[in-house]
Design a protein around this ligand. Structure first.
Ligand code: CMP
Length: 144
């Protein structure tokens, strides 16, 4: 069941030099990178992206943070990639995410948790079309 998911290395992940390490984990797992760009996120995009959290007390802080520095936006493809990518990321709070996950290995703060990943296939479709134009995605399959 071939799926696509949206992942974004947040400003803390970029600043800490974890972009390569994060991409490495998904490549090593065997997923296919079909979209990749370094971005300065606008407030408008951030607010749309985090729309489900707009009533939460941390919403404006979340938007401030994601717009505070460079972000690496990615689309990955593979069987079951949506749930698997979330597993590789680990739980939202890095203090409780398992060692071996990205947040478990590198994070300590819920507000600075390094990476975003779509939580379901429908969310992934919404986020991919929000962050990427069709022509920014490359349709290719690994040959083995
Ligand atoms: P993520 O799951 O990628 O998307 C929602 C984000 O909101 C989450 O990561 C956290 O970074 C952030 N978040 C969730 N709960 C809190 C909180 N209590 N305080 C600050 N940020 C939070």
């Amino acid at each position: 069941n071939l799926e696509r998911t949206f992942l974004a290395v947040k400003p803390d992940g970029v600043q800490r030099g974890l972009v390569g390490e994060i991409i490495r984990r998904y490549e090593a797992k065997g997923f296919t990178l079909v979209g990749l760009k370094l971005m300065q996120v606008s407030r408008e995009l951030a607010e749309q992206h985090y729309d489900v959290h707009k009533e939460r007390p941390f919403f404006s802080g979340l938007v401030d943070f994601i717009t505070s520095g460079a972000v690496v936006a990615m689309v990955w493809e593979g069987d079951g990639v949506v749930a698997s990518a979330r597993k590789i990321i680990g739980a939202t709070n890095p203090l409780t995410s398992e060692p071996g996950t990205i947040r478990g290995d590198y994070g300590v703060s819920i507000g600075r948790n390094l990476i975003h990943g779509s939580d379901a296939p429908e969310t992934a479709q919404r986020e991919i079309s929000l962050w990427f134009k069709d022509e920014e995605l490359v349709n290719w399959q690994p040959s083995v």
